[in-house]
Design a protein around this ligand. Structure first.
Ligand code: R5P
Length: 303
């Protein structure tokens, strides 16, 4: 009799291509979760069980959490069902992890979504693997998602490798204080000159930015950040850098959220190229994360 697989990678149809890349890198079989939406909007999932109606003892769920709200319900249904079907060790690979920016109540009554969503995911999974989560006031992922195994990868170094090929003498600039961690990693890898701006946010699309002391005259500047959402942060930084004499401004981000007209806002501001990792599928993807994610998956799976 054939032995059942010891581990598998579960994915949803809209992430079929990245799931197969990750499964190959991790040495797992990729199995699709079927999803049906009822006319009233509710969801029904069907997990890919074997002939005995069971799943392997170890399973990995791939779900990148851009547009996260419905995906959180999918994870609830999938994880609880997987447990009932025999999964003992369950890993979430969320290349983009949502709700990490709301890490404090700025006004009385505001939800601290990082803690709420982090606690929710910790109740479902044994291990969480992600890339450049937006951790600002805390240092470690397990402080936000208290799971036994919390692994953080970074897009900063692979993006730095790409920048070294495309703009060998780049001046790396971070648009705000929070980007300093990624700027430091990326600059150290190839010895890039670097600096970080000061940003004050007044609203979703309203930011003020002050350039640091730097000589941008004639430089090929690359703005590097963990994510672009509305693109307003990077667009304003690009305008200021071009006004300060930069020869060009390109953009590199780990997470290509690019909500609404974000890309247009960047190009209107004078940005040339836009590069991102494939943590969120987007036309700007230029750096593949499957290999490091696959290695991380192998490191958390029980023997
Ligand atoms: C926050 O500090 C992040 O690192 C990004 O700078 C921010 O989320 C970008 O937002 P937006 O593209 O909407 O300006």
């Amino acid at each position: 009799m054939t032995q059942p697989e010891a581990a598998c990678l579960l994915y949803f149809a809209d992430e079929e291509a990245p799931a197969h890349r990750l499964a190959k890198a991790a040495g797992l079989t990729a199995l699709a979760i079927e999803r049906h939406r009822f006319p009233d909007g509710e969801l029904k999932l069907c997990l890919p069980v074997d002939a005995r109606g069971r799943l392997p003892a170890h399973a990995v769920v791939l779900r990148s959490l851009h547009q996260p709200n419905e995906k959180l319900v999918e994870l609830l249904l999938a994880a609880r069902t997987a447990r009932s079907l025999g999964v003992q060790h369950l890993t979430l690979v969320a290349p983009y992890l949502a709700y990490m920016r709301q890490d404090i109540a700025f006004h009385p009554g505001e939800a601290i979504s990082q803690q709420v969503v982090g606690g929710f995911l910790a109740g479902l999974f044994d291990a969480v693997i992600t890339v450049d989560p937006h951790l600002h006031r805390i240092e470690r992922l397990e402080q936000a998602i208290p799971v036994p195994q919390a692994l953080v990868l970074s897009g900063a170094e692979p993006l730095s490798d790409l920048i070294a090929q495309r703009r060998p003498n780049a001046l790396l600039v971070g648009p705000d204080g929070e980007s300093a961690q990624w700027i430091a990693q990326a600059a150290a890898r190839h010895g890039f000159d670097h600096a970080v701006c000061i940003k004050v946010r007044h609203g979703d699309r309203d930011v003020a930015i002050e350039l640091p002391t730097l000589n941008a005259q004639g430089r090929a500047v690359v703005l590097l950040d963990d994510m672009a959402s509305t693109g307003r942060t990077l667009a304003l930084a690009a305008r200021l850098l071009l006004q300060a004499g930069a020869a060009s401004v390109d953009v590199a981000v780990t997470h290509a959220l690019f909500a609404g007209d974000a890309l247009k806002a960047l190009h209107d501001a004078g940005v040339g190229e836009v590069w991102s990792t494939d943590c969120i599928p987007h036309s700007s993807n230029a750096v593949a994360m499957a290999a490091p994610l696959g290695q991380a998956v192998r490191s958390v799976l029980p023997p």
